[in-house]
Design a protein around this ligand. Structure first.
Ligand code: NAD
Length: 481
């Protein structure tokens, strides 16, 4: 790669310059920092052709060999981790410490975890009962990975890691908002000596490149992470060739403080979840449900917890929040805060105004105030719709059954949380929540466990062995054990 800020396409292991380019901006300043090629249908054909060329050899390779390549890939990422973190910071605004710790290292950890899994995964098993039969899990084929901008590298790793572990070559279409890190990842693949065609990167719009991939007869599976609307589109497009489709979509996840909860801890953790990455987290807990009898106590705790967050220059070290990743995203968030007020909610932290105290050089950035809305009610749009910014809604409930109804009263079902002094009571409540993941008393994220959505939050699961299985076809061999 000649210029990491203005890369060419990465097709079948080769860099290929293009003159038709799309801008990439720094959301902290609004200034142009680079560009990526606008790939065409021919480029998509070339990438898919290279992937098909790599498929036979890679899918037939010993899983331990695939694991070794994945480990080398992870090593190559670690060698460039500072460059990767700076790139993510520059194009989507996550502060540098968070970029390194979460945006980059989590991605590396996913590759390593999938390499380890490839060594132990039951790609074959005998059926113990009935006539002799053996089940073989084979690579699903050529995978198109279509990814968003909020945890751009991690979301790519959550597809590329298990796909390569399962034996599938990948054609990646990164988000237009934060595409540069995907090309740096391709440089890491180059450094690690990945066989040509195993990973190609084609940048461009969803309408052109994303749809071409979803429709392509040479693609066997499309794994998409992004908004529910675009996911529906991908599913419809993929239907033309009956592709396998995996979807990781939006959320509006509820944290429930049961009546006996440590309310201060519940509020603090929920505010952190809602604000982390400037609220641009699909699994963010953006609805906090508290007992009506303890509502004022919860609001006071939210004011204390929320007031501690500051926004600031993402290029500087520290645990402040960065800007929204784009002007469009900032406008959406500010509009939602105004809408919430119009609907009758009360701003107790933050608000729609631009934050004060930013240095002059950041005046052109896409800043919002981390915001808590009290007095929120079930029917409000700010309670029902994904905002994808640092906005937490606080809702009161009368009793545990009402809390469960409120928590489940959503088109989404991606994540959730329950707080109680009694972990069994919390776990019993969590089992009744219609959602793919529930944090109990702040239980930590485990990247060997599956993540994914109920309802309109998606189809299929990522991470752990469930993530690897998504990229496998299942075949029965009758007559052998
Ligand atoms: P988006 O849907 O706008 O874009 C995601 C990707 O899809 C991009 O690469 C985009 O170019 C592409 N795309 C858009 N339209 C397409 C089409 N018609 N056909 C094919 N591809 C198309 O989402 P975004 O704004 O980049 O990301 C934010 C959204 O992603 C939020 O809704 C968030 O909840 C969701 N998200 C979900 C998860 C999860 O794991 N469930 C993780 C992160 C983000």
């Amino acid at each position: 790669m000649r210029d990491p800020r203005n890369p060419g396409l990465y097709l079948g292991g080769r860099w290929s310059d293009r003159t038709d380019r799309l801008p990439v901006d720094d959301p902290a300043t609004g200034e142009r920092i680079g560009s990526v090629p606008a790939a065409t249908g021919d480029d998509v054909d070339a990438a898919v052709g290279a992937a098909r060329g790599a498929f036979d050899g890679w899918s037939a390779a010993d899983p331990a060999e695939r694991a070794a390549v994945l480990d080398r890939f992870a090593d190559a990422m670690t060698a460039r981790e500072t460059e990767l973190a700076h790139t993510v910071t520059a194009e989507m605004g996550a502060p540098r410490d968070f970029s390194l710790r979460v945006q980059v290292r989590l991605a590396v950890d996913v590759l390593r975890a999938q390499a380890a899994l490839a060594r132990t995964f039951p790609f074959e098993e005998a059926i113990p009962d009935g006539p002799p039969a053996r089940v073989v899990r084979e690579a699903a084929g050529v995978v198109a990975a279509i990814t968003p901008w909020n945890y751009p590298l991690y979301q790519i790793a959550a597809k590329v890691g298990p796909a390569l572990a399962a034996g599938c070559p990948v054609v990646l279409k990164p988000s237009g908002v934060a595409p540069l890190n995907a090309f740096l990842l391709a440089a890491c693949a180059d450094d690690a000596g990945l066989p040509p065609g195993l990973l190609s990167v084609v940048s461009g719009s969803g309408r052109v490149v994303g749809e071409a991939l979803a429709a392509h007869p040479g693609v066997d599976m499309v794994s998409f992470t992004g908004s529910t609307g675009a996911g529906q589109h991908v599913m419809r497009t993929a239907a033309g060739t009956v592709k396998r489709v995996a979807l990781e979509l939006g959320g509006k996840s509820a944290a429930v403080a049961l009546p006996d909860a440590d309310l201060a801890a519940a509020v603090e953790a929920t505010v952190a979840s809602a604000f982390t990455n400037t609220g641009q987290t699909c699994t963010a807990l953006t609805r906090l449900l508290v007992p009506a009898a303890r509502y004022d106590e919860a609001v006071a705790a939210a004011v204390r917890a929320g007031g501690r967050y500051t926004v600031g220059d993402p290029a500087q070290p520290g645990d402040h929040l960065g800007p929204c990743a784009s002007a469009a995203q900032r406008d959406t968030v500010v509009d939602y805060i105004r809408l919430g007020v119009k609907e009758g909610a009360r701003v107790v932290v933050g608000g729609p105004e631009t934050p004060d105290g930013l240095p002059a050089g950041l005046a052109g950035g896409h800043w919002v105030r981390p915001t808590v809305l009290a007095g929120a009610e079930a029917g409000m749009r700010v309670v029902r719709e994904e905002i994808f910014g640092p906005v937490l809604c606080l809702l009161p409930y009368e009793d545990e059954e009402a809390a469960l109804r409120l928590a489940n009263d959503s088109d989404f079902g991606l994540s959730g949380a329950v707080w109680s002094q009694d972990p069994d009571r919390a776990a019993a409540f969590a089992r009744r929540m219609r959602t793919g993941r529930v944090e109990i008393n702040g239980g930590a994220f485990n990247l060997n466990a599956p993540t994914g959505g109920y309802k309109q939050s998606g189809l299929g699961r990522e991470l752990g062995r469930w993530g690897l299985e998504e990229f496998c076809e299942t075949k029965t061999l009758q007559g052998v054990r």
